[in-house]
Structures are given as C-alpha cells and as structure tokens.
Design a protein around this ligand. Structure first.
Ligand SMILES: [Zn+2]
Length: 341
C-alpha cells in the first residue's frame, strides 16, 4: 500500500470560497453552511486527486484543507474558528464519500496572538467526533511576520498535551504569506520548515513530550541539505546528537520535486524518519521539460532509486506513516483498498 501523508483540498468547490467571501465581507457570524452538493465534491476530486492517485499508483492520501487558505492572520479568533469548522467539515464529507482514498487531517483555528490552547475544542471535535487522524500546526499564524514564540515555548504546551493525549501528530505547516518579501510556496513554506526544525534544535521540547510527533513537510525545507550545519550547531549548543535529540519525534516528508533532491533526503535522513508525500494538487503543477514527467510525481523518483532497499521503501511508503499516525491504523479496518496499484 502507498500512503501519501500530505494532500490538501486545493480543488474544493466554489461554494466553500463563496462562503469565505461572505464571512469576510460581513460583520455577522451566523451563516448557513456552504452550499456544496456531494456531486460537486465528487466532480472536484474525480478529475484531480483521485485521477492522479489512479495514474500514479498510490492508494490513499491524508487530506486536509488547503493550507494557503487557513489564513490565520485574517480576521479574529471567531473568524478562524468558524472558517476552520467549515473547512474541516468539508474534509470529513470527502473522507466519508471516499473512505478508501482519503483519511482526514484537520486545520486548527489558530489566530495571531491567541493562545494555541484555544484550538483544543476544535481538535477534540475533529478527532473524537469525526475520526481525524492528525492536524496541521502553523508555527507562524501572522502569515510571514513571525510574531509567535518558538514552537518550544510553553505558549504551545497545552495544545501539545492534548495532541499527546489524543495520540495525533502535527504537520508543521504555514499558510499564505502576507509579507511581500516571502513568496508563499517558494519561500515562506521552505523558510518555515527550516525555522521550525532549528527551533526544535535549540529547545528541549521532547524531554517534556517524549511521544509528541511532528512532520516537517516539503522535504524538511533546507534541513537535509544543511544537515552538517545543524549537527554542528547542536554540538556547539551542547545538545545530544540530532538522532537522539530529535529523530524519535521529527519526520520529513518527500515533497521534493526532483530526483537529486529526493536522493539527498534519502541519503542524509534515516529511512525510519521519512514519510512518502507528493502534495497534489499543489504548488507545482507543471511538467518538467527535462524529464517529460510531472515535477510532483514523487513516487517516480523514489521508485527509480536502486540503492534504497525494498524494506526501506516499504517503510517510506507505508510503515512509517502508520507509525506516526496510529489513529489511521485504528480506523482503517473496513476500508477497501484505494484505486492505485
Ligand atoms: Zn502542504
């Protein structure tokens, strides 16, 4: 089985975006639900994510609301709570319509300057009532201005306590950038992946939370490429070796859109810490003229690497994902296999 741990509903029907527009243009907080039919949901997926699963031979995607639209910097806390509920409810509908193809991951109703503890009710609702298996945690709800304390600060601890209690991991994932200096998917995302990792190097978070788990997306940003820098910095800070300091709790996905990058990731980071992902339909949708293949067809790169053992590839494609997201295993009984190979 091939599980993609990182997909967003980037193709959500127009009704969702109409609701958002109405929310942001109105002072009222009482809205009807977005008007979206099951057929519209089917249409939005059959021609995109589901088609791609079939073409590329992947089975199931961990599916969350569009990351760039979380927009934790927009409006106030109430805006974020209402928007997150709608987005998460829509993901729940997707996963109910296609239980063999998608498993749900939630957006948290974060808001700039608001304690992350306030996200707990929505996390509990999603996990306990709707069967979600993980969440996306934004280290920078200000959208490119970095106003929150680092992820190792006690500011975040109540949320971590709840994640540990529920046994759900977080993918550390920013939203759009409102700082024009940072292109959102090209700079803000990769900066945030790198920044989050460095915050974890500097702190001792996993001494306090030995079972807390984070996935750093987009191949870990700049981290694998600069692994020697991070090892050296940790050494200078008198931290344990990174494998002991972080690698029982931190994982990297494979959203790196060329083979040399994937090879570097697989050479530097232990196979036990790598989770397969493609993030489709996502930031890079084109075909590489040098290869004639889609940039984001990450399975193809991994398949083509012959020095990684079959056992390690099985970990990357399935085993590690099940380990990091144990609630997936619990709810997977009764699923029929997805459309892929
Ligand atoms: Zn993403």
């Amino acid at each position: 089985m091939i599980i993609d741990c990182h997909g967003h509903y980037t193709t959500a029907p127009a009704g969702l975006w109409e609701w958002r527009k109405l929310q942001l243009s109105s002072l009222k907080n009482s809205f009807t639900k977005p008007r979206i039919s099951d057929q519209e949901i089917r249409d939005s997926l059959e021609s995109a994510q589901l088609k791609i699963q079939g073409e590329r031979g992947t089975n199931l995607t961990f599916f969350s609301p569009r990351a760039g639209s979380m927009e934790h910097h927009v409006g106030d806390e109430a805006t974020s709570i209402a928007w997150s509920r709608e987005c998460n409810d829509l993901i729940h509908r997707v996963c109910s319509l296609y239980p063999a193809n998608f498993a749900p991951v939630c957006q948290l109703p974060q808001s700039t300057g608001v304690p992350p503890a306030n996200c707990i009710p929505e996390l509990e609702r999603c996990v306990r009532e709707l069967g979600f298996i993980g969440c996306n945690l934004n280290p920078d709800p200000s959208g490119g201005w970095w106003k929150e304390p680092p992820l190792t600060d006690r500011w975040w601890y109540p949320l971590y306590e709840k994640m540990v209690e529920l046994d759900v991991p977080a993918m550390v994932h920013v939203s759009s950038s409102c700082n024009p200096a940072f292109h959102f998917t090209g700079a803000h995302y990769i900066n945030a992946d790198t920044t989050a990792f460095m915050q974890l190097v500097q702190g001792d978070l996993f001494k306090d939370f030995p079972t807390l788990r984070f996935v750093i997306p987009h191949g870990g940003g700049a981290v694998p490429y600069h692994w020697g820098r991070y090892r050296g910095l940790a050494q200078d800070m008198k931290k344990p070796l990174l494998k002991d300091h972080l690698l029982n709790n931190v994982y990297f996905d494979t959203c790196v859109y060329h083979k040399p990058g994937i090879e570097l990731l697989l050479k530097v980071i232990p196979a036990d810490n790598i989770l397969f992902a493609a993030e489709v339909v996502g930031a890079v949708r084109g075909i590489d003229p040098e290869t004639g293949q889609y940039y984001d067809d990450t399975r193809r790169y991994i398949d083509a690497i012959d020095w990684v053992s079959a056992a390690d590839k099985q970990k990357i494609f399935e085993g590690n994902v099940r380990k990091v997201y144990p609630r997936f295993k619990a709810q997977v009984r009764g699923r029929t296999p997805g459309r892929g190979a």
